[in-house]
Design a protein around this ligand. Structure first.
Ligand code: ASP
Length: 454
């Protein structure tokens, strides 16, 4: 069986609802449908979720939200009317409206977007509506209680076999509603896919899969056809706008592929995210899978003569970062120096204090700070255990006059990170893309270079 999740733009109006129905009905295995709230459409530039947040803000400050709520209600009523649905959504809307008051819990109000959307979709598909509050359970620490959730879900699926489920929220142990991070329906879908042991988790959106680079930097970048969970994690950590982290872990653990697909172009193959041991991942026409990056890092460089003979100096420096609650990105090191790469925003307000404490903790000769550094990750499973890739990358940047200020590579060799000046960010991505993607670099068979494992 398959679990599907549709994002807000796939549910923006009755035309989008009709596309969803076609997709669901095209495959009998599509038995679990998770929906986001009605999203932006050509006629309506607002997401229902955003309007609900706005309603809550009005209530909090004692301003009437009647008009806003009417706007929200209208979107649902229009879909019902256009599709000639029979579900009495008016009753739900009246109930919610009657409960609007100053102390209204934000989570309850905002979750109504998904709730109402799922009600209509269930009616349209003739599937059973399964409220997320009746099975998706959080523990008091806010984490999903997988044991309880599995137990509750089992009860529900014993009774019916095709469901529409609102994403983005669940219930606390006391039954109150709790929402997830924005975009949380992806997480609901992933949890469900894991619990029902789906053959695939289809994530339907308005783009045809994941692109190899940011389309704001590379004109019409190629689409990634297959990617491993680890590659995806590297790319999303480095800024690629893909699935929420928490939406990857549940399915990754259960080895369930995620298939990113386009509701507006269902024939497009999309992007398949899967485990590395899958045979199909060996084929690829590109050495690299994708490029992503982020700007605005700072490098804190610590110098001390004969540092290489000293034990514990890096630990002492890092404990200072820990005291300041600063997360460390990378620690490139030299013989008598090492650098700590951090987010610029994190040290902005404490930089003098930080430097003073590092000097005291490490008794070092000098601490230098370099701001406005961009990190760019070139990610690809085919790069691992192949000599010469980083050489090519650095040579290309050198030939284009781009100064590399930092280099880092993970031990699994699927990611080469370079630090450059912020102003070279876009150009670096273009140079790497042009070399590795546009002028096809040959993907040799990996066996040629496989190293023996101890
Ligand atoms: N509707 C929520 C949001 O806009 C959750 C979701 O779409 O997944 O963030």
């Amino acid at each position: 069986m398959k679990v599907l999740k549709f994002g807000g733009s796939s549910l923006a109006d009755s035309t989008q609802f009709a596309k969803v129905k076609q997709i669901v009905e095209a495959d009998d295995a599509r038995r679990f449908v998770v929906v986001s709230a009605v999203g932006k459409s050509a006629q309506d530039p607002h997401k229902i979720t955003d309007l609900l947040y706005l309603c809550h803000a009005h209530l909090k400050y004692g301003v009437s939200c009647d008009q806003l709520f009417a706007q929200i209600a209208q979107r649902f009523l229009a879909i019902k009317k256009a599709l000639k649905l029979t579900y009495p959504i008016e009753k739900d809307l009246d109930l919610i409206q009657a409960s609007l008051r100053k102390q209204m819990p934000l989570d309850y109000l905002v979750s109504r977007g998904e709730y109402l959307t799922a009600k209509l979709m269930a009616n349209y598909l003739h599937y059973t509506f399964l409220d997320a509050k009746d099975f998706l359970r959080f523990a008091y620490d806010g984490k999903v209680d997988f044991v309880k959730t599995a137990e509750l879900l089992e009860h529900q699926i014993a009774k019916h076999d095709r469901f529409v489920i609102p994403g983005f929220y669940g219930a606390m142990p006391d039954g109150s509603i709790r929402i997830m991070a924005r975009g949380g329906s992806d997480i609901t879908g992933a949890i469900l896919a894991q619990l029902v042991q789906a053959e695939v988790y289809e994530n339907w959106t308005d783009v045809s899969g994941i692109l190899m680079a940011d389309p704001r930097i590379i004109e019409e970048p190629r689409q990634i056809q297959r990617i491993t969970y680890s590659e995806l994690r590297e790319l999303s950590y480095m800024g690629a706008d893909v699935l929420h982290e928490d939406a990857i872990f549940p399915v990754k653990e259960a080895n369930i592929p995620i298939h990113i697909r386009n509701t507006n172009d269902p024939m497009n193959p999309g992007t398949l995210i899967m485990e590395l041991n899958d045979e199909t991942l060996r084929q690829s026409d590109s050495l690299i899978t994708g490029i992503a990056g982020r700007k605005d890092f700072s490098v804190v460089a610590i110098y001390k003569n004969h540092m290489s003979n000293e034990v514990g100096i890096i630990r002492r420096a890092l404990s200072v970062f820990e005291q300041f609650h600063i997360s460390v990105e990378h620690i490139p090191s030299g013989i008598d120096s090492f650098s700590v790469v951090v987010n610029q925003a994190d040290i902005k307000d404490c930089v003098y204090e930080l430097v003073a404490q590092i000097k005291a903790a490490c008794e070092c000769d000098q601490v230098r700070i370099l701001h406005d550094i961009a990190l760019i990750a070139t990610v690809g499973r085919h790069m691992s255990a192949r000599p010469g890739i980083s050489g090519q990358l650095f040579a290309q940047l050198g030939q284009h006059g781009i100064n590399i200020r930092m280099i880092a590579q993970g031990s699994d060799e699927i990611n080469i990170i370079v630090g450059v000046d912020n102003r070279d960010f876009e150009r670096t991505i273009r140079v790497i893309y042009a070399h590795f993607v546009e002028t096809k670099q040959e993907v040799q068979t990996k066996e040629d270079h496989e190293e023996p494992m101890i």
